[in-house]
Design a protein around this ligand. Structure first.
Ligand SMILES: [Cu+2]
Length: 337
């Protein structure tokens, strides 16, 4: 398939060069009605080709889209995405036809005379006001959604987790029994005993729990706070529709409420189909089979091993989550060992 694509690109570049040389020859001649007729029909054909390509992409590429949002807040992201997608899709479907058809309909003819048509206030009002209203509604909805995931009310007691980025790994810290993260600063970093620079003189640090895997309880609001040690990273949790830059020298945040446990998500038909497709490719290559897991990725090209910045996320029932969390050691316990 890729080879076919390269051949297509090669042919397209060749045809472009050939056409450019033909344009240079045209300087000495004028296009006839027959030329315009042929070019107009070619353009209509090109329009049909675009429709076929678009419909093919819609069907063939739909399978690589993410499954349903695994967070309650992400549902609004999906609504916004779908509304924007269909709006743009319908407008472009109509415009594509108008561009192709009018190019043919008004092709050059010796007998035609151009009409002088300066402006039309009604038309201009329509195509300014309608897109204006649509954009205000879409952006307004986006701002509402942004506020919902950014301004988490800490008095409502969300679970607070720090996600720490550095080239090229994620680390995380749970806020412990007091649900307050101890202070952190790069000056406290010690690669062997304190890799993420937690301030051990802050009493809030002692019950914090460092972990290498994220566990989240289903149905409880989680507030993530991000730090970066070195360069810009971006914490991306695609299944929850969440992404935030991790910026050295400052703390950024977002929050969401997980909707499905990992086990529930594995049973969803969209996920089952996706896993089947991936495993078909993997087994053909003789690779290990894949099992669905939520994942935290880095979505900022932060260096050579950027792609290896991944952390597994497990969403489970609250009971299992509490059990797992109780098994994790606090900084205080680690120091006293
Ligand atoms: Cu990164």
């Amino acid at each position: 398939m890729l080879a076919l694509f390269y051949i297509f690109i090669g042919v397209a570049i060749g045809v472009s060069f050939w056409q450019v040389t033909r344009i240079l020859n045209l300087r000495s001649s004028i296009a006839t009605d027959k030329d315009n007729d042929v070019q107009g029909k070619y353009f209509m054909l090109f329009g049909v080709f675009l429709y076929v390509l678009m419909i093919y992409c819609l069907i063939a590429m739909n399978v690589i889209m993410l499954p349903e949002s695994a967070s309650y807040e992400g549902e609004n992201d999906d609504i916004l995405f779908n509304v924007s997608f269909w709006l743009i899709g319908i407008v472009q479907f109509i415009m594509q036809f108008i561009i192709a058809f009018f190019t043919y309909k008004y092709r050059g003819k010796k007998s035609n005379k151009a009409k002088f048509y300066a402006d039309n206030h009604t038309l201009e009002l329509i195509w300014t006001v309608i897109p204006g209203i649509v954009i205000v509604v879409l952006i307004g909805f986006g701002i509402f959604q942004w506020t919902e995931v950014m301004n988490i009310d800490e008095s409502e007691d969300p679970i607070i987790i720090e996600v720490y980025a550095k080239q090229f790994a994620w680390q995380a810290r749970y806020a412990g029994a007091d649900n307050t993260l101890g202070l952190g600063n790069v000056n406290f970093i010690d690669e062997s005993s304190n890799p993420i620079g937690v301030d051990m003189s802050d009493v809030a640090s002692l019950d914090d729990k460092p972990v290498t895997e994220l566990h989240l309880p289903k149905g409880k609001k989680v507030l993530f706070k991000f730090r970066s040690q070195d360069v810009l990273h971006s914490a991306y949790m695609p299944h929850f529709r969440a992404q935030m830059n991790c910026v050295p020298g400052m703390v950024t945040q977002f929050g969401f409420t997980p909707k499905y446990t990992t086990e529930e998500m594995r049973l969803q038909s969209e996920v089952v189909d996706k896993v089947k497709r991936i495993n078909k490719i993997r087994s053909e290559k003789g690779e290990d089979l894949y099992e669905f897991d939520y994942v935290l990725l880095c979505n900022k090209i932060c260096g050579a091993s950027h792609y290896s910045m991944q952390m597994k996320i497990i969403v489970e029932e609250e009971e299992d989550y509490n059990k797992w969390l109780a098994e994790q050691s606090t900084y205080g316990e680690v120091i006293n060992k």
